[in-house]
Design a protein around this ligand. Sequence first.
Ligand code: MLT
Ligand code: ZN
Length: 475
Amino acid sequence: MIASTTTLVDELARIVGPAHVLTDRDTVAGYVTDWTGHWHGATTAVVRPADTGQVSAVLACCHRAGVAVVPQGGNTGLVGGSVPMRGEVVLSTTRLAVIEEIDEVGRTLAAGAGVTIAQAQQAVREYGLDLGIDLASRDSATLGGIVSTNAGGVRMIKYGNTRSRLLGVEAVLSDGRVLSRWKALTKDNVGYDLPGLLAGAEGTLAVVTRVLMRLVVPAAHTQVVMAGVESVGAGLELIHRLERAGLTLEAAELMTRAGIGLVRKHRHLRPPLDADAPFDVLVEVSGPTQAQSLLLGVLAEAEGMVQGAVVETGPATKLWQYRESHTESVSAESSTPPVKLDIATPLREIEPFLEALTAGLAISFPGVTPICFGHIADGNIHVNLLDVTGDQRDAVTDFVLRLVTQHDGSISAEHGVGRAKARWITLGRSDVDLDLMASIRTALDPAGMLNPHILPGSSDSETNSPIELEREVAR
Ligand code: MLT
Ligand code: ZN
């Protein structure tokens, strides 16, 4: 047992080098606050190991000390899942940043968990391949982070979520043992799918240190259309018609007039379309060489349904910026940190859900501005609520998440549960389900040392934070 914070910090410094144990209040500030600015915590030390061996030694050391650890990648999560709360050690994976191997024939990428999505994309694109996962936070979000949150993103409709792209992992358990499931095989049915289990575990079961990802061959030619539509139903119908015409769906996004207005204000952009429809859908399609003529044909026949459309050849950065600027615009234009509720409903329920949401908010929370956007073909809507006062946060979250449940939806589609939705987890899972999750957690991390404040089965109260250790020593 390590007797004090000072001893723990010294031990950690011996493992990773003093330059990689950060304790200064200003230096750790960026690690103890989340991207949205709502979740704040405290850490006694941020540790930045350079390889799996060091991660193992750090975890073993903290385990012996009875000190909890919060793993953290790019800290771009939107549910407060990677922020320490009461002085836990933050294990930052950002130095695990080596791109180890790109296998052009087997179409795989082996890389450290701290490699950013943009770095991974750039590396594999040199081989004519792609990661198959893309999201607006690509410059900071890390491979380990997207595995731990099972991120979706804008390409999910075509290539699936991160779990479905993951072939293998190297990960360290809370006591320092290293799990290596590392075979570049698409078929490998020997027992439980442990990499799949770690995907989406939000850092509660193990710390992912290396990943083996299955790559994709990107479409050679893509076309992007932004179309104004009167209703969500019309947007879905347009998407179905594009697919029925023989085009492949690469991405399908929903935005609203209010969201586009906010983005235009924040980014000083011109309106994307002449018409001012209540909804805009942005659809990226690929297909044979005549993809553009197929697309234009569908648009010509959809005249009454589509209120103006504009087409740009892929990568279509001009059109995509209206969608990709939503997150930063929402944060910048809200007078308080936005309430970000990532939810999913069956496709047929999106429209009634959004109608009930708008009406309910107007009655019960008139000062709150909703900006809804998201991955329409996945039924995944990001409900962003602006100008929510501190005392309204829980009530408005409760209102939205209960409404989602009434529409047969999920309270978390792609962002995870984290701290933001921990109180509402019973809306998403039954008692038996939660019990089983807790049992799995206990089996992998019996002392509850990893990310103790989130997901079921937390044995939070049994672990010491360094701050508590310090108090004990002082007594
Ligand atoms: C996105 O798709 O842009 C993010 O997941 C959503 C958000 O900021 O709510
Ligand atoms: Zn999203």
